[in-house]
Design a protein around this ligand. Sequence first.
Ligand code: NAD
Length: 247
Amino acid sequence: MGKLSGKYAVVTGGSQGIGEAIVKRFVEDGAAGVAILGRNLDVAQNTAKLIDPTGEKVIAIRCDVSDEQQVADAVETILEKFKTIDILVNNAGVTNDSMFHKMTKEQWDAVININLYGVYHMCKYIVPVMREKNYGRIVNITSISAFGNIGQANYSATKGAIISFTNTLAMEGGPKNITANCIAPGFIRTEMYNAVPDEIIAKHIKRVPLKRLGEPSEIAGAASFMASDDASFVSGQCLVISGGGSI
Ligand SMILES: NC(=O)c1ccc[n+]([C@@H]2O[C@H](COP(=O)([O-])OP(=O)(O)OC[C@H]3O[C@@H](n4cnc5c(N)ncnc54)[C@H](O)[C@@H]3O)[C@@H](O)[C@H]2O)c1
């Protein structure tokens, strides 16, 4: 029996990168069902099939988390299939970098709409399900950029807000046996990080005591811990996973 045995989870942006690693790890740890929410259904379905060729445990649902109606419909579909939701991982996120004085309102809005409204929409529809069943594990993926990062005013604002939002969810959810925690990854080798120029990557690695980038699986292990009953008394925390480095 794995530590997520019998549990049903939702992972936003679970088609690739950190989200895909989390879905894979949840299945390895015995989850009864995992729903991948992604903007591109084909990509989400491919990932689901790769992780679970039987198609029994992992389902793929098309959902842009910035669109409230799509989130409402996705949650309804998940509840039809799984009957319940125990674990929510808000992982979907984007960057759209530039110095603040050059940042357009479109760049600002694009990141706020996905990174922050996405988390809000998911929680709006799933927290009531968890309150009703008196059980829930919420894991929000933020970033070490939450503490400020040059060129990422929009992204940092969303990631910082996610930490304070999570702390509030933890306070309000505690009496209903709902925990809420964050993971703040450092530099992790995914498609998002591929956008970073080579010379910047070299500088990043220099600042990491472990002298390398992190792997998505190194975030997934912590997400599984936070989603499990091993973490039943852990709430309102933000675990930085950065090889010891900071921005
Ligand atoms: N890679 C890093 O170095 C790093 C560092 C810190 C934090 N993070 C955070 O980790 C999370 C995962 O990032 P990643 O590195 O795996 O990036 P990624 O680009 O590989 O994956 C992001 C996923 O989110 C999905 N997504 C984006 N917008 C969406 C939307 N509107 N609706 C639904 N899904 C959407 C993408 O399709 C993709 O599947 C993000 O929240 C990111 O901010 C990443």
